[in-house]
Ligand binder design. Structure first.
Ligand code: GDP
Ligand code: MG
Length: 161
């Protein structure tokens, strides 16, 4: 029988990953999706959107007082974003490690930001930074009919079921 991932403790954790407008413009979507797939995470939602300003202001609510906030919203609204929900054990923490430091100058080679970006204002990708934050962001970006709870048939190669 195939266990659904949600039956294994912790394996149903989800995070929001988004390829920002610079990443889409630079045709990095495929390489970024590939990194999460090859790590073993399960894609449960994906869409391309021109994010409404209302959505972006909620998404970056905590940063609204920062001096870079107006430019951040303008950048995120400047073109399409590819928003994704990835699922798996520890996916929030592991994806932050895969994405690298917020400032690309500090991001290690091998991370998305460390391989594909130079400046903090054009750092290619978003990843939720906590499990609670991920739940909040996923609800903002996706409605529940857009998230698929499908069975990954080779899960025994990724987890001890
Ligand atoms: P993240 O979770 O690693 O994306 O970092 P934050 O949540 O702290 O910030 C959100 C986004 O705002 C970052 O990914 C950057 O695009 C941008 N940002 C953060 N700090 C700065 C800054 O000091 N200067 C500029 N120009 N942009 C920043
Ligand atoms: Mg953040």
């Amino acid at each position: 029988f195939y266990a659904t991932t949600s039956a294994i403790p912790g394996v149903g954790e989800r995070t929001l990953i988004a390829v920002k407008p610079d990443g889409v413009q630079r045709r990095l979507v495929g390489q970024i999706v590939q990194r999460f797939e090859q790590r073993g995470f399960k894609l449960v939602g994906l869409k391309m959107v021109k994010a409404p300003e209302e959505l972006l202001s909620q998404h970056y609510h905590d940063l609204r007082k920062k001096p870079f906030y107006p430019n951040l919203l303008r950048y995120m609204h400047s073109g399409p974003v590819v928003a994704m929900v990835w699922e798996g054990h520890n996916v929030v923490r592991t994806s932050r490690l895969m994405v690298g430091d917020t400032n690309p100058a500090e991001a290690h080679p091998g991370t998305v930001r460390g391989d594909f970006s130079i400046h903090i204002s054009r750092n290619v990708i978003h990843a939720s930074d906590s499990v609670e934050g991920a739940q909040r962001e996923i609800q903002l970006w996706f409605n529940c009919t857009e998230l698929l709870d499908w069975v990954c048939c080779d899960h025994s190669n990724t987890y001890q079921l």
